[in-house]
Design a protein around this ligand. Structure first.
Ligand SMILES: Cc1ncc(COP(=O)(O)O)c(C=O)c1O
Length: 428
């Protein structure tokens, strides 16, 4: 593995400090009034101030965006501009936006529409899925009498190999539903190859991707990786809770789904619009473009967004490298005696910043409590939880401490975390 690629690239110190300032509560718990390092961003990310402030500002307005007064019309314009920003995130030129209260609800509806309406006697998914994708496949395939085929995980990469998926797909596959990046191992699947190889088997195969964990860490590109459904959760992407965003291709959007009869066949919005949630997403896109503008000159929003996400990815990779290998300031996770990194894979360009850590001296639930005592918030993913059992069992792992920082962290946060990890490893 090329170590230069593996090492990523940190933001310079000034940009790092500026970025930290743009997020709420990076360094403190405002309830306990105590310093803390929040490394549970996979469960809900640190909030971009402007995204939250914009949500509040817009939501103060009672005006109905579908009515005719000036401010109502203005709200609708804000929402329409934000819809373009959602397309910028996905690089989607056609198709329909799907919104819901959660990303789970969005993927249930997208998978339902396909499984219930597209011919084919089997549905393919993977053992690495979040229950929202997996259970929607099992539920609707069961209802329609379709076979469910589940691709195996790879315990070395922490992901799912392309061939494990292609060998399950055939001409009778109605839908392939798979995860972009694992919320347990951080492994990013080879989405481009999976789509290409599966469509060699069935050119018009319907494909849905759960990109909830990948969206905050990397670029999505439906032009390069055309799929029929994809989603993200704004609350894991620097934004607000209470909103799930999805996207459906033109052909998938027309499949039978819940809608008002008089609306067009590809309309997936149901009920009153929520301009505040949309406006908040525009602030996220503004922010990522702002990072991009620090590195390139462009007036093209997508170009700036891609550059910003790539820079976020490189900074996180550099932090990941330091967390694993350490520095002269602190030993890395790979070197601390009594600490194990599960599903640790050499090529960091295939990882999002989510790590599964274990201790020889204590279990993962206890370790999370010890971290909290020392001001670090992480989360246990254990085989007894419905949210992680299938994935962990597939790797034969009982439980891990999931550590998930964000790009607004810096090397000092990583070093402090490593020192605390060493301290925990020495507990009797
Ligand atoms: C990979 C993945 N998909 C889907 C979801 C569900 O998101 P939501 O909580 O918005 O339903 C999560 C939440 O943790 C997730 O990690």
């Amino acid at each position: 593995m090329n170590d230069k690629i593996n090492q990523g690239k940190l933001f310079d110190e000034q940009l790092s400090e500026e970025i930290k300032e743009l997020f709420y509560h990076v360094d403190e718990d405002p309830i306990l009034n105590k310093r803390r390092i929040f490394f549970d961003n996979a469960g809900g990310s640190l909030r971009l101030k402007k995204a939250n402030d914009m949500f509040k500002k817009m939501d103060e307005l009672p005006d109905c965006p579908e009515h005719s007064n000036y401010t109502a019309k203005w709200l609708l314009e804000v929402q329409e501009k934000a819809s373009e920003d959602i397309r910028t995130i996905f690089n989607a030129k056609s198709g329909s936006i799907v919104t819901s209260l959660t990303a789970s609800m969005a993927i249930f509806e997208m998978n339902r529409a396909i499984i219930e309406n597209v011919p084919g006697s089997n549905v393919v998914t993977t053992a690495l899925e979040h229950p929202s994708a997996y259970d929607s496949v099992v539920s609707y395939a069961g209802k329609m009498g379709k076979e469910v085929r589940v691709a195996k995980t790879n315990p070395v990469t922490g992901g799912v190999d392309v061939e494990e998926i292609t060998k399950l797909v055939d001409k009778d596959t109605c839908l392939l539903s798979f995860i972009y990046a694992s919320n347990i191992s951080g492994a990013v699947l080879d989405v481009e190859s999976i789509i290409r190889e599966c469509r060699k088997i069935k050119p018009d195969l319907y494909i849905v991707i759960d990109s909830v964990q990948h969206t905050p860490h990397g670029v999505l590109d439906l032009e390069k990786t055309p799929v029929d459904g994809i989603n993200f959760a704004p609350y894991k992407f620097f934004g607000t809770r209470g909103f799930g965003v999805g996207f459906m291709s033109e052909r998938a959007a027309k499949l039978q789904h819940n809608k008002l009869i008089a609306k067009s066949v590809d309309e997936w919005e149901l009920g009153s619009p929520v301009p505040s949630q949309f406006a908040s997403i525009s602030e996220i896109v503004n922010y990522v473009c702002w990072i991009g503008s620090k590195f390139i000159n462009s007036n093209d929003r997508r170009e700036l967004y891609v550059e910003g996400m790539n820079r976020i990815n490189l900074h996180e990779r550099a932090l990941m490298y330091r967390m694993l290998n350490g520095s002269d300031k602190a030993e890395g996770l790979r070197n601390i005696k009594g600490v194990k990194v599960y599903l640790d894979y050499e090529d960091l360009s295939t990882r999002d910043f989510i790590m599964a850590v274990g201790f020889d001296n204590i279990g993962s639930i206890e370790a999370v409590a010890e971290y909290e005592k020392r001001g670090v918030i992480a989360f246990e993913r254990v085989a007894s939880s419905l949210y992680s059992s299938r994935m962990l069992n597939s790797f034969d792992i009982e439980g891990v401490v999931r550590v998930s920082p964000l790009h607004c962290h810096d090397v000092n946060d990583i070093d402090e975390f490593l020192k605390i990890t060493k301290e925990i490893s020495l507990l009797k």
